[in-house]
Design a binder for this molecule. Sequence first.
Ligand SMILES: [Zn+2]
Length: 101
Amino acid sequence: MTVPVDLAHHVRDNALEIAWADGLRVRLPVPLLRGWCPCATCQGHAPGLRFHDHGDAITLGHAEEVGAYALGLRFSDGHDSGIFSWSFLRALAEGREPQRV
Ligand SMILES: [Zn+2]
């Protein structure tokens, strides 16, 4: 699996840019990331993941690597329990619907 080699938070564009080891470089809008938050609070326990619209005003407060496999994101609504794995982020970067991991 390809892994991110660089991250950049573009505050004005409200997007997180991820550069991958295989050369793909994609800006993911912060509201998109918030909407796909994979945590149990956001997704419940139904099979599959769903996008939940939290509006376009949501911004990113903080991002940090979790282990060597994921990003933990804190959003402007205070929500910070989502763990965004590399494979999950890669699916979003390729325009696919992310799967539970
Ligand atoms: Zn969540």
